[in-house]
Design a protein around this ligand. Structure first.
Ligand code: DX5
Ligand code: ZN
Length: 221
């Protein structure tokens, strides 16, 4: 059975205790750490930049899965690579030069990912799908953690799974937004191989470790 990657997003972590939260996620069996970068322009929120990615890099051995919700992401590839990103995922709505952007991410030696907003047709991924290491289905409108999973996302995951299989791609199929203990299994059954979760993992209801554990258990029970 494929190992499903769990990528806690630090966007919902307690930033006053970021180092502890990251260590807890690592100890709890997180596969990647998801880092949501927002610029206040592509999305109506501002989060963090390369400095925090560099700080995270020195805190953990986990791969850093960096999700760029910024306009013209090509301007900052070098900075995020230098900071220690393992994967850089760009939005197809955010650049006029998607192919060039993906090429330069790959040329810098890290994994390249693409993603798209819930209302953007999946067919717009076709020209670059064979070139990417990761394709991310947004299951909420990007900008904030704690939103509800958009039910139509499941059909999109299934469709993207078919598109990837049809071209023999082994790219990671990641899903981001509103993932929790009640829908993770459905998302994986539709074909996802990586799950991002922020509010389901970093919350006061249980420890980070227990939350990751519960999420994983829902996949295999
Ligand atoms: C949405 C971000 C997500 C999100 C996840 O803009 O890309 O990573 O914060 O948060 P939850 O899991 O709480 O929906
Ligand atoms: Zn994200």
């Amino acid at each position: 059975m494929t190992h499903i990657l769990i990528a806690p997003s630090i966007i919902a972590a307690d930033f006053g205790h970021l180092a502890e939260q990251v260590r807890e996620a690592e100890a709890g069996g997180a596969d990647w750490l998801h880092v949501d970068v927002m610029d206040g322009q592509f999305v109506p929120n501002i989060t963090i930049g390369p400095f925090v990615v560099a700080a995270l890099r020195s805190l953990t051995r986990l791969p850093l899965d960096v999700h760029l919700m910024i306009v013209q992401p090509e301007r900052f590839i070098e900075d995020f690579v230098q900071a220690g990103a393992s994967t850089l995922t760009v939005h197809i709505e955010a650049t006029n030069h998607l192919h060039r952007t993906i090429s330069s991410i790959k040329e810098s030696g890290i994994r390249a990912g693409i993603t798209l907003n819930p209302a953007t047709p999946l067919t717009s991924l076709e020209p670059v799908l064979a070139d990417v290491d990761l394709a991310l289905v947004m299951s909420v409108n990007p900008g904030f953690s704690g939103q509800r999973y958009i039910p139509a996302s499941t059909a999109r995951i299934r469709k993207l799974r078919h598109m990837l299989d049809a071209i023999g791609s082994e790219a990671t199929l990641e899903v981001d937004g509103g993932i929790n203990m009640s829908n993770a299994r459905e998302v994986v059954e539709a074909g996802a191989t990586a799950l991002v979760a922020a509010s389901a993992i970093f919350n006061a209801k249980a420890s980070v470790l227990d939350n990751i554990d519960s999420l994983r258990r829902t996949l295999y029970n």
